[in-house]
Structures are given as C-alpha cells and as structure tokens.
Write a protein that binds this ligand. Structure first.
Ligand code: THU
Length: 136
C-alpha cells in the first residue's frame, strides 16, 4: 500500500465527517461521508443520497468519485469514509468496482468509525479481482 501520513489521514477524516452532515438518508438513517483526494491535490467530498424507490440510492463514495471525474481528475491518492457506525465501515461492492475503474490497487482506503478510530486497507486488499474491459 502507498504510504499516507497520519496528519493526512486525520485531515481527510475531518473532511469526510463534515461531508456526512450533508447525507440525505431519511430511509436508513445511516449517514456516510467520503473524502477522496485527487492527484492534483484537490479533495472531493461526498455523502449518501437515498431515494424513496431505494435502488436509485447512491453511496457517499460514488458521489465523491463522480464529482471528481466530472471535474477532470484523472488519478487518486486516497479515500476516507466515515459513518454513524461504532465500527469502521468499508466501501460496498458496487463502490469498490467504481473505485477500481479509476484508482490503483495500492491506494489507501481509510475506514473509520463514528469516533474516528480507523483501519487502513488498500483497494486491492478489499477488491482483489476487479472486472475490466481493458484486456480487450
Ligand atoms: N452506503 C454508503 O454511502 N457507502 C457504503 O459503502 C455503504 C452504504 C449508504 C447507502 C445507504 O444510503 C446507506 O448507506 C445504508 O446502506
């Protein structure tokens, strides 16, 4: 896994925690905040946005990622996520596939509990075999 300094981890968790306040989660009451750092040095925040029909719900990680891609970001340094859970959460399977489209396997993913306790994993640790069409 690429190294990430502790001050950067704390910085990104602070931003992810602020992003969590922007969640729209009236159905699950489970708020998630994400902070994605682009290679440009810019940070992209996201929060989950739910829908009455449930399946259109978008996770915090994908909100952050799609904002970044739309803004022209091409590569990523790290992702931090935080929720209202006492335990650190990890990105869902759909978000792992989306992350794998744009991020290297050695990218650090900071998974935090609501109190800021965190575990560090690489994207490849949690998603070792992404589907890709790049082999065509
Ligand atoms: N959620 C995220 O935002 N990120 C994840 O990685 C897992 C789940 C959201 C989706 C839904 O709004 C709520 O958490 C409960 O599943």
């Amino acid at each position: 896994m690429r190294t990430i300094h502790e001050f950067e981890v704390k910085n990104m968790l602070r931003m992810a925690n602020e992003a969590k306040d922007r969640a729209y989660a009236p159905y699950s009451s489970f708020r998630v905040g994400a902070c994605l750092k682009g290679a440009s040095g810019a940070y992209y925040m996201g929060a989950n946005i739910e829908n009455a029909a449930f399946t259109p719900t978008v996770c915090a990680e994908r909100v952050a990622m799609f904002k970044a891609i739309y803004d022209g970001e091409k590569a990523f340094d790290a992702l931090a996520i935080i929720s209202d859970s006492k335990e650190p959460i990890v990105p869902c399977g759909v978000c792992r596939q989306v992350l794998s489209e744009f991020c290297d396997g050695d990218m650090p993913v900071i998974c935090a509990s609501k109190d800021g306790e965190y575990t560090l994993v690489s994207l490849a640790d949690i998603f070792p075999a992404p589907f890709s069409l790049r082999t065509r």
